[in-house]
Design a protein around this ligand. Sequence first.
Ligand code: GRF
Length: 194
Amino acid sequence: MIKLNGTKKINIAVFISGKGSNLENLIKCSKDRKSKFKISLVISNNSKALGLKLTRKFNIKKKIINFNNSKLIEKNLLKVFEKKHINIICLAGFMKILSKSFIKKFDGRILNIHPSLLPKYKGLNTHLRAIQNNEQYSGCTVHFVNSKIDSGKIILQKRVKIFKKDTAKSLAARVLIQEHALYPRALNKVINDL
Ligand code: GRF
């Protein structure tokens, strides 16, 4: 178990693979004077992830990691987290699967955001599948990560209406706006329960 570091702010590591709009939003929320968390580290499996540019802009440490040799890599990552007193991990568009042992070490402190109303539409292409199934609503979910994909305990969800004219793209854009509102709320809820 990695213990809380005794400072007032909770240290967060955010894992990304792509654009990083959720990362950017979490960074901005963390700048609020009253924020209980600080984004202390960004991890990416993709050196070309656009979101990595934010680390420069906001002066945040980053690590690019090849997760293919996952056991060893994750072991080293745990050491880095211990050194940096990382308390919570937020997955935000992170496209790799973490090992069971890693998840166990951070049990109850790894969060993920998923663009559907879980338990519906786990995995990829959630918006298209929801539209094709004539769902009235889609949405987003922040949940704890366990060893099964998109299956951990739900922290918060937000519904988004699907309109007749919606495409996967237009729906994704509306859901993303709600993701940005939901992730910080869910993170604060978890922090308050620590
Ligand atoms: C979001 O829709 C998130 O729910 C999903 O991947 C997307 C990441 O977007 N897991 P961004 O990289 O945060 O902009």
